[in-house]
Design a protein around this ligand. Structure first.
Ligand code: ADE
Length: 242
């Protein structure tokens, strides 16, 4: 997969050199390029923003600078344009799964009051897929941190990035639609606290049942919205007794 990120703060994206995403880049599974938006500005001060038409607080990012930047980074092939914004649709594991099937993503990191709305409009009119997405109901200072979140969520789904793909199956927001069960490791007793006995039993069916029950209990307590969204045939008769 190729990912281009355009930002006025390329250094923010330095974390993408680390950990699994960094390894995916080194292994050639992910071709990730970060670009400074200001290199497409045309004036002496490398201006990328201006005052909003209609008045109001703050500054808006200019469409001409963004258009020049995105035309260039999206030129190598059809790209899905992702614009992080608190006014977008909510980014979820399903969004990450959909984006992970693309060959080319371009992230446009806005700052200030956002990017002139004609940028998304123009690319949509050209037939480019444009997703305006929010990573949650809070406001960040710009799209960079949201892009870090989304690139990590997408990159770990690419084939070969996670050593043991089985770990993608049982995790929170995975196929079961539940939060993950609690996990434990050695020592079996720590500070007077025991690991649940069933996990030491070696009884695979009992362990699987216990994990399912704990996942359901945890999801019901923390995220009742996820339980309500479970398909009825996704519950077994033991679940319904819980
Ligand atoms: N930019 C500012 N806040 C944001 C959010 N919550 N999600 C995505 N992009 C943002």
């Amino acid at each position: 997969m190729r990912i281009d990120v355009v930002t006025i703060f390329p250094d923010y994206l330095a974390a993408l050199d680390l950990s699994l995403v960094g390894k995916a880049r080194t292994a050639g599974l992910l071709d990730l390029r970060v670009h400074d938006l200001r290199s497409w500005a045309t004036d002496r001060h490398r201006t990328v923003d201006d005052t909003p038409f209609g008045g109001g607080a703050g500054m808006v990012m200019r469409p001409d600078v963004w258009g020049a930047a995105l035309d260039e980074v999206m030129a190598p092939g059809p790209a899905h344009l992702v614009v992080p914004t608190p006014s977008g649709e909510t980014f979820t594991q399903r969004t990450a799964e959909a984006l992970a099937t693309e060959e080319h993503l371009a992230f446009a990191c806005g700052r200030y009051e956002g990017i002139d709305a004609r940028v998304a409009e123009r690319y949509r009119a050209q037939g480019v897929r444009v997703s305006e997405v929010s990573i949650g109901d809070y406001v960040l200072n710009g799209g960079e941190v949201a892009t870090l979140v989304m690139v990590e969520a997408v990159a770990r789904l690419l084939p070969g990035v996670i050593g043991n793909p089985a770990s993608l199956v049982e995790e929170s927001h995975g196929a079961a639609g539940l939060l993950e069960y609690p996990v434990y490791t050695k020592p079996p007793v720590w500070d007077g606290l025991d690991v649940p006995e069933v996990l030491l039993s070696g009884h695979h069916a009992r362990i699987a049942r216990w994990r399912r029950d704990e996942a359901l209990r945890r999801t019901a307590a923390r995220r009742p919205d996820l339980v309500a969204a479970l398909p009825v045939d996704g519950l077994d008769k033991h679940d319904l007794a819980l």
